[in-house]
Write a protein that binds this ligand. Structure first.
Ligand code: ZN
Ligand code: FE
Length: 255
């Protein structure tokens, strides 16, 4: 049975994902930015909280770790690499680990780049990828700690996940991302369709995620650094994908 997944809006543009394994009733929250919105939603759903899954150590992702641990006695899970940086962590995972929420299994994948300890959780049977600040709809995380080479390798791992994977990222950055995507990839028809859809959704105050990996693979310039149109924008060829990716990231940083 697939996970039940709830979206909680936090801070300015953070999405906190709350999930429940139907078979066992076990629950987990991904990257709780704030305490009160999570507490309120748990109360409304009449759910307890068993786990916190952290993707990385930034404060807008671990902000409510300790308060939630105090209130619910939940277990905090994060990357072994970031033991020193994730508040309250007691369960360490690393690349290739299978982590279980009741009967729902997640594969842990290392995705360094935004931070060096960044990980993502892929619940294959539920087609759900919780990717923190590595992949956004039509964008990717800034390179605060890792190199372009690392981030490109991380994104390639994610784009190879099945097309039907739903991308649950940690921020609503889509509208800014789509403006940049159209700038570097103006002849992409699928991108223009997605841009229209995003405009309609945001006009109504609706979220633009989760989004299918299949759509991301066709519209996200950061996943397309080895495509002819994106490489050509920078006067390069698809075989220099790392350089194209680095150029894309640098241009977007100041766009
Ligand atoms: Zn971050
Ligand atoms: Fe963030």
């Amino acid at each position: 049975m697939p996970l039940k997944i709830n979206r909680i809006n936090c801070l300015r543009d953070n999405y906190v994902w709350l999930m429940r394994d139907s078979a066992t009733g076990q629950t987990a929250v991904v990257d709780p930015a704030e305490f009160e919105p999570v507490r309120a939603r748990l109360a409304q759903l009449d759910w307890k909280l068993d786990y916190i899954l952290n993707t990385h150590h930034h404060s807008d992702h671990v902000g409510a770790n300790l308060q939630l641990q105090d209130a619910y006695g939940c277990t905090i899970v994060g990357a072994r690499h970031d033991i020193a940086r994730i508040p309250g962590i007691v369960q360490y995972v690393e690349d290739g680990d299978r982590w279980h929420l009741g009967e729902s299994a997640a594969l842990v994948v290392d995705t360094p780049g935004h931070t060096v300890g960044h990980i993502v959780y892929w619940f294959e049977a539920s087609n759900a990828l919780f990717c923190g600040d590595t992949l956004f709809s039509m964008g990717c995380g800034r390179l605060f700690e890792g190199s372009a080479q690392q981030m490109w390798a991380s994104l390639k791992k994610l784009r190879d996940l099945p097309d039907q994977t739903q991308v649950y990222c940690a921020h609503e950055y889509t509208q800014a991302n789509v403006r940049f995507a159209l700038h570097v990839d103006p002849s992409n028809k699928r991108l223009r369709e997605r841009a229209d859809e995003v405009g309609r959704l945001r006009e109504q105050g609706l979220p633009t995620v989760p989004i299918l990996m299949e759509v991301e693979n066709k519209t996200n310039p950061f996943l397309r650094a080895d495509s002819v149109p994106i490489a050509r924008y920078f006067g390069m060829t698809p075989d220099s994908a790392v350089d194209v990716f680095a150029a894309l990231r640098a241009l977007k940083d100041n766009f």
